[in-house]
Design a protein. Sequence first.
Length: 263
Amino acid sequence: MGELPPEIDTTTPSVARVYDAILGGTDNFAVDRAVAAQSVQAMGDGGNGARLNRAMLGRAVRFMAADGISQFLDLGSGLPTAQNTHQIARAVNPAARVVYVDNDPSVSLHGRALVTDDPATAVVLADVTAPGTVLDSPEVAGLIDFSQPVGLICNAVIHHMLDEEDPYGAMTAYKDAVVPGSYLQVTHFCDAAPEAAASVRVLRENLGRGQIRGRAEIERFFDGWELIEPGLVFLSQWRPDEPLTPPLDVGSLLMLAGVARKP
Ligand SMILES: C[S@@+](CC[C@H](N)C(=O)[O-])C[C@H]1O[C@@H](n2cnc3c(N)ncnc32)[C@H](O)[C@@H]1O
């Protein structure tokens, strides 16, 4: 990582860097790789769930961009990897604008380096559970036009918010801030597979984060919006690029995925 600013703590694992390690990235430290190894063992999927989760992000962003969404708020965006939201969206609409939000300083450090010469992309260091701070940030004000539909992306982030942090209240604030025709995309660890519970236990023990939720609890994040076909489904079942061959592997069963439209 070269010269590190003091806010980057290399002695405590972080959610973003553990996930980066599972994806085979290089923006992580030994403490992160140790938790990643435990987590992959608990998931029993060789890290496939993380790859399927990224693939789902790609399909959802392409879908939204093809449906005319030209601005995205990517909440809990994670460390930059091979294909990030702005690159995925711009393959469909070269004018797409993206604001990335994450509370991990490693993400803002690497994210800002990636988009430094890109006036249509910004990175905000903020907590998603503080929607006022996010929505009032200069980066959001500069890039997101709230009179036009917005693509809200919550890919594998809400399950890092504990119930006591009121994730439902936060999501309602984001949903209220956008106009009809906007979309919300969510992937979330669900209780269908015991491997998901085991993996969330690893996260909770090592990172103090991680909350598994059932189908009904996950569906509540979309309340008032219309889930588009095929509804809330396992990761690889959401509009797959290729026909799926059953059975689904465990990586796919770890999370539910859905996209809804504001009526
Ligand atoms: C598992 S990663 C997912 C990254 C990316 N969205 C993806 O799906 O590839 C979760 C990300 O959410 C971020 N995160 C977790 N809780 C957050 C919060 N309360 N506010 C902002 N970011 C958060 C973590 O720092 C991490 O980068």
